[in-house]
Design a protein around this ligand. Structure first.
Ligand code: AMP
Length: 432
């Protein structure tokens, strides 16, 4: 329920701003997404990893970068009873690299292909497509420096976003070089923009000094125009090896017929990216149009205390993918309906109905049992409302004593009296 539509019954304990309940009607779409992610990931050789919701604050300040907005302003940080600073995870890459090092996954194999799905927490200003608790899935491929690994990661992101969001999507890619070549570029960028500093807002002026790449994240049209006109293009200032890598990634995407636009302003906000960056957006989402972002981060494992390890990954926003699917009329996941409504016409038949419910479930059917002691008419109305394909009716004591019950096909209305031990097979064969 939106704040514009307050429900007086929830006044005292309404959900917090920026958080959402995922209601039963929405869960089938989530399950469908989760299953699609698991299928595509495992077909591509990726294994799921699950890490804790909270970590030491330092993991994120070192791993993500103290100068980023994410660490500077958006983290939910608190002290535990021992005075240790903890943070609800604002992203997952740092946590996964921590787990990768802690469990020596690099010693099992030179390459680890990992994926994840779960909630994240960022104290941002809530708006459409932007929440304080939201969910991502993503992957991290740790171990290969080669462009075919970037192509694999980007192609999985593209396949999943297309399958889940539907509609026309756009992919932009760029290279931001490696730290060696980037230092020179950052100087050049500062020099080129210094003359315009006075006209910048306080935030941007600060970024110019501390983290000038972040200037490219701006949504301010004036700032965008300034960057377009006066900022040198990072892809033109990277080393020859970085350029070769970038060319090979683009050639790989061409081979797979994955459409992309090369965008020299695509510079992701987190400090640990090197070389490839990419982002997938949907035009149906409005201001918060990014579905998925990722790139290469060859420096992060070493930054967190491990051996130098090349890596590339992406993260996709689940709420935004579901929103994009709805907005573009992408076919929703089929509703989950029970196979059978277990009805009983009298209180004395309830024990038999309960026993039969148990048997039908053991036989693999999904069964909803009447527990309100309503009239048979009301029970059948409920079976219809729930979309049950069959109702099984414990109709009378004589029938129950003979070990019989009535099976009613809710679509055709046809009714048959059957021995209890034949009901599972009969319904299963009708369900196909
Ligand atoms: P990031 O981790 O910032 O690269 O974000 C990756 C993806 O997560 C974005 O493309 C969005 O789809 C999603 N996302 C990021 N922040 C939020 C948020 N506050 N609320 C909902 N989705 C988000």
């Amino acid at each position: 329920m939106s704040p514009a539509d307050p429900n007086p019954r929830a006044e005292r304990f309404s959900r917090l701003k920026g958080t959402h309940d995922i209601l039963p009607a929405q869960v089938p779409a989530w399950r469908h997404l989760e299953k699609t992610v698991a299928d595509v990931m495992s077909r591509s050789g990726y294994h799921e990893i699950r890490t804790p919701i909270f970590e030491r604050t330092e993991l994120f300040s070192r791993g993500v970068g103290a100068q980023t907005d994410l660490v500077g302003k958006e983290m939910y940080t608190f002290e535990d009873q021992g005075g240790k600073s903890l943070t609800l995870r604002p992203e997952l890459t740092a946590s996964i690299v921590r787990a990768y090092l802690q469990h020596n996954l690099d010693r099992d194999s030179p390459l680890s292909r990992l994926y994840y799905l779960g909630p994240l927490f960022r104290q941002e200003r809530p708006q459409k497509g932007r929440q304080r608790q939201f969910h991502q899935f993503g992957l991290e491929a740790l171990g290969s420096p080669h462009p075919e690994q970037d192509v694999e990661v980007i192609s999985i992101a593209w396949e999943l976003c297309r399958a889940l969001a539907g509609g026309e999507l756009t992919m932009r890619i760029n290279t931001i070089g490696s730290p060696g070549s980037r230092a020179g570029y950052l100087d050049l960028l500062r020099q080129s923009l210094e003359p315009f500093k006075a006209g910048m807002g306080e935030n941007d002026a600060r970024r110019l000094a501390t983290n000038p790449l972040r200037l490219f994240d701006t949504k301010d049209p004036q700032m965008r125009a300034l960057l377009q006109e006066h900022a040198p293009k990072i892809s033109e200032h990277v080393s020859a090896a970085d350029s070769d890598h970038y060319a090979a990634v683009q050639a790989g995407l061409d081979t797979l017929d994955i459409p992309f636009a090369s965008d020299p302003t695509l510079v992701r906000g987190l400090d640990y990216y090197t070389r490839t960056t990419f982002e997938i957006t949907s035009p149906v989402l409005g201001a918060q149009d990014a579905l998925c972002g990722g790139g290469r981060y060859d420096g992060l494992v070493a930054q967190l205390g491990g051996p130098s390890t090349p890596a590339v990954g992406f993260a996709a926003g689940i709420e935004r993918l579901l929103l994009a699917a709805t907005e573009s009329g992408h076919e929703p996941a089929p509703a989950e309906t029970p196979d059978v409504y277990m009805a009983a016409t009298g209180d004395d038949l309830i024990p038999q109905a309960t026993a039969l419910t148990h048997e039908l479930r053991k036989g693999g059917l999904s069964v909803v049992q009447e527990v309100m002691r309503r009239s048979l008419k009301a029970q059948l109305r409920e079976a219809n409302r729930l979309g049950c394909r069959f109702a099984v009716i414990m109709g009378d004591t004589a029938g129950a004593n003979k070990g019989m019950a009535v099976v009613k096909n809710m679509t055709s209305g046809e009714q048959t009296e059957l021995p209890l031990d034949e009901i599972v097979a009969e319904i299963r064969s009708s369900l196909g």
